[in-house]
Design a protein around this ligand. Structure first.
Ligand SMILES: C[S@@+](CC[C@H](N)C(=O)[O-])C[C@H]1O[C@@H](n2cnc3c(N)ncnc32)[C@H](O)[C@@H]1O
Length: 184
């Protein structure tokens, strides 16, 4: 079965969590991976890898698989990413509860955190809590990279945090924007 069909199946089964009609296209996946600082070492956290297209773009960019921890809520997607990229540390769990989900692995000091989660499908209070949690787990100045189909960033930045539009990918279906949050 193709990844697009698998994705559609998950969308029907779990629309709020899946949040897209198809996996992100190569342009969007590359634009997400491009925001990972090229020279920073240390662990990288990916939230909502789905079929693994952003994971693959990071690997294609030369990021070592064993630096990446990927947290995926859907059991089938998590198993798929783990099979495709055996050196990536894949956790089948909930990104809204990172303290529990990350278990004994790295929990702070991430060089970058990327999310493809459909944040706009969740209540604003939950988004704000997740953003605060993510920012706490990043190194100072390190990026939180999130894409969205909307015109505006999916969470307004709290005091002391900036958000910038890093890319607009018109040729994605649907067109998408890549947002980068950083603590000042
Ligand atoms: C829009 S899809 C993106 C998938 C893929 N990264 C891409 O770009 O095509 C959103 C993904 O986030 C996952 N997801 C949603 N809520 C989640 C949560 N609370 N914790 C972990 N993963 C979550 C979904 O299961 C789905 O795989």
């Amino acid at each position: 079965m193709s990844d697009t069909l698998r994705f559609l199946g998950r969308l029907i089964a779990r629309p709020v969590y899946t949040g897209a009609v198809a996996p992100s296209g190569p342009g969007l996946s590359r634009a997400m991976a491009a925001q990972v600082p090229p020279n920073a070492d240390g662990p990288i956290l990916e939230l909502g890898p789905g079929t693994g297209v952003v994971t693959a773009a990071m690997l294609a960019r030369g990021i070592a698989a064993d630096r990446i921890t990927a947290v995926e809520y859907d059991r089938d997607f998590a198993a798929m990413v783990a099979t495709r990229y055996p050196d990536v540390h894949v956790i089948n769990g909930d990104a809204f509860d990172l303290e529990k989900t990350l278990g004994d692995g790295p929990k702070t000091g991430f060089a970058a955190i990327l999310s493809s989660m459909p944040l706009v499908n969740f209540p604003m209070a939950l988004r704000q809590k997740l953003l605060a949690d993510i920012l706490e787990r990043l190194r100072p100045g390190a990026p939180f990279i999130q894409f969205s189909y909307r015109l505006r960033a999916p969470v307004p930045p709290p005091a002391g945090v900036t958000v910038t539009q890093a890319a607009f990918i018109l040729l994605n279906v649907p067109p998408a924007r890549v947002w980068v949050y950083r603590r000042r």
